[in-house]
Design a protein around this ligand. Sequence first.
Ligand SMILES: Nc1ncnc2c1ncn2[C@@H]1O[C@H](COP(=O)(O)OP(=O)(O)OP(=O)(O)O)[C@@H](O)[C@H]1O
Ligand SMILES: [Mg+2]
Length: 248
Amino acid sequence: MAEAPVYLRFEGVVAGYGGGDVLKGVDFDVDEGGVTCIVGPNGSGKSTLLKTVSGLVRPRLGQIWFKGTALVGLSPRQILRLGIVQVPQNHSLFKEMTVDENIDLGAYLVKDKKVIAERKASIHELFPIVAERARDKAGSLSGGQQRLVEFARCLMLEPELVVLDEPSMGLDPKTLRALFKTIKSMNSAGRTVLLVEQNARLALKMSHGGVVLENGKVRLKGTGAEVLNNPEIGALYLGGSIEETKRV
Ligand SMILES: Nc1ncnc2c1ncn2[C@@H]1O[C@H](COP(=O)(O)OP(=O)(O)OP(=O)(O)O)[C@@H](O)[C@H]1O
Ligand SMILES: [Mg+2]
């Protein structure tokens, strides 16, 4: 029997926006069923990398393989249909529409009303705010609450690969912990997660895989723990090395 293809593979990905390359040859694999976290300084190309997965940025060179299917050249919609859903870094709700209407938009590829209702019920369980504020305009929610609704909306498609760009941005510590818990439970429910996080320590702790991106190149890749415990990376990107943290 042929070996199963790697779940998600970046192979020599070079990409940018016309003014030079932002990604300068990125190679790494994402394992099925795990959480993989990308960290790195501002401007290193993390968001650009995620956009190459969802088809919003088309690599100039290289390939991205999803279970053996080449993603480069597919439209964002085709990629969505493969089960890959991305929550972008910037707020993306329709602020003049209600929370509920925004959630419905997440399911626009789903035609069966019964399926939509079932998914919504489970989302209400996971994110009570979505039920409590269902009739309110999305724009009237706080930034953190809007972030949770964005999350909930992406789950309406029951994605198998969830791509999250800085999900914790703008969240208070309590909401942040709740959000990380949600990511964990999404993952336990069988979804593979690829995320970018500035809250690197916390994110790497719950990640199976870690990647450090620096100036458009992979500086380090390994298990979450390996990246977390790398003294050089700790000093550079994680707010002091592990040794320093232990001393405090
Ligand atoms: N739409 C765009 N058009 C032109 N250049 C862009 C665009 N988006 C990003 N860039 C440039 O690409 C580089 C990488 O940006 P990117 O957003 O991928 O970084 P990042 O690692 O996600 O940073 P941050 O941590 O601040 O979110 C930056 O120099 C940025 O100016
Ligand atoms: Mg970014």
